[in-house]
Design a protein around this ligand. Structure first.
Ligand SMILES: NC(=O)c1ccc[n+]([C@@H]2O[C@H](COP(=O)([O-])OP(=O)(O)OC[C@H]3O[C@@H](n4cnc5c(N)ncnc54)[C@H](OP(=O)(O)O)[C@@H]3O)[C@@H](O)[C@H]2O)c1
Length: 309
């Protein structure tokens, strides 16, 4: 089968499209014939070697941890799937990924995809959608009427977070550049904020929840936007507990875990027409370098998808 692997950490020149053996499945796995994969910033962060201390890969490794496709083999201990099922998953990041014709995935990391999602849309949803759900629902426990600020609302995590927060009844404020203000409103945000126009403090009334997808200075300037006992949830930089206390706020950090429970919740929102991934960039295994460069640009609207079969 075809797979894009890295044999060493480094720049885009390390991405190699190769012919390798199809993965063998364990008793609790399913084998998925990949129709679409999606790109996330973690893909190129792993390629560059930034996560070496955290996830010790034995190279070569196939990149890509978002997948939608068709079940073609089922492990002997798997009862919930049949050959021919259309599924999607954010599989365990420690195993070989989805830039390939086939991927082996633990059955409890996959769910049947809603018929309302194309394979491209289903591949675009798991990693970013689970992350947004974990921040807003599992950690921040968002409630109807709460004010939620979502940084980078035009990006992969942010554009899904806007829709999830709206579905939960929150008032949503989201940030983006001038070019993406209309997109934020079209996604459902109640207030679109241009982060380059003036300070966020001048533009945003206090909020209950901040979803921080930027870290650094953006996180630093977010404390002053929180109401008393509000919560900042970051997916990028571990928030400073002392700063949180100084602002009478709470802090949390989320690193995504595979979750079929949350994939089912996302499917339900899709079924209710409350959630739809936006895909503005399509690539193939042959053009994977351009896909990584697009993600590294930091300017992606919605998601980047790799059409595979
Ligand atoms: N911890 C975890 O489990 C986890 C999970 C998923 C993602 N992440 C991390 O979260 C970050 C975001 O991921 P992503 O997939 O959403 O990235 P992405 O899709 O690449 O984000 C791109 C977006 O960022 C926006 N942006 C850039 N600078 C901005 C700024 N100063 N203020 C507001 N928006 C800005 C851009 O909008 P404009 O062009 O309009 O500026 C663009 O739409 C990445 O660092 C990723 O690694 C962590």
């Amino acid at each position: 089968m075809r797979a894009v692997r890295i044999h060493q950490y480094g720049g885009t020149e390390t991405l190699k499209l190769e012919n390798i053996t199809k993965p063998k499945i364990n008793d609790d796995d399913i084998l998925i014939a990949v129709r679409s994969a999606a790109i996330n910033p973690v893909d190129w962060k792993i390629r560059e070697g930034y996560l070496q201390a955290f996830i010790p890969y034995e190279l070569p490794v196939t990149l890509g941890w978002d997948v939608a496709g068709i079940v073609v083999e089922v492990g002997s201990k798997v009862s919930e799937f049949n050959v021919g099922d259309e599924v999607f998953s954010r599989p365990n990041i420690a195993r070989d990924g989805s830039y390939a014709d086939y991927i082996a995935v633990k059955a409890d990391e996959a769910v049947l995809k809603s018929p309302k999602l194309s394979f491209s849309e289903a591949a675009a949803l798991p990693l970013a959608g689970i992350t947004a759900w974990q921040c807003l629902v599992d950690v921040a426990n968002v409630q109807p009427g709460q004010r939620v600020l979502i940084h980078a609302g035009a990006g992969g995590v942010g554009h899904l977070a806007i829709q999830i927060a709206k579905a939960k009844g929150a008032t949503v404020i989201a940030t983006a550049s001038a070019a993406n203000q209309d997109l934020l409103i079209n996604l459902g945000a109640d207030q679109a904020v241009d982060y380059a126009k003036s300070s966020l403090k001048e533009q945003i009334e206090p909020v209950d929840i901040v979803v921080d997808t930027m870290g650094g200075d953006v996180q630093k300037h977010s404390w002053e936007l929180l109401k008393e006992n509000g919560i900042l949830v970051s997916v990028v930089d571990q928030p400073d507990e002392e700063l949180a206390q100084a602002h009478n706020a709470r802090a949390a950090f989320v690193f995504i875990e595979p979750s079929s429970r949350i994939l089912k919740e996302l499917n339900s929102l899709v079924e209710a027409d409350l959630l739809k991934p936006l895909i503005e960039h399509h690539f193939t295994l042959e053009t994977i370098v351009d896909a990584h460069l697009q993600s590294q640009s930091g300017r992606t609207r919605g998601k980047i998808v790799i059409d595979i079969n």
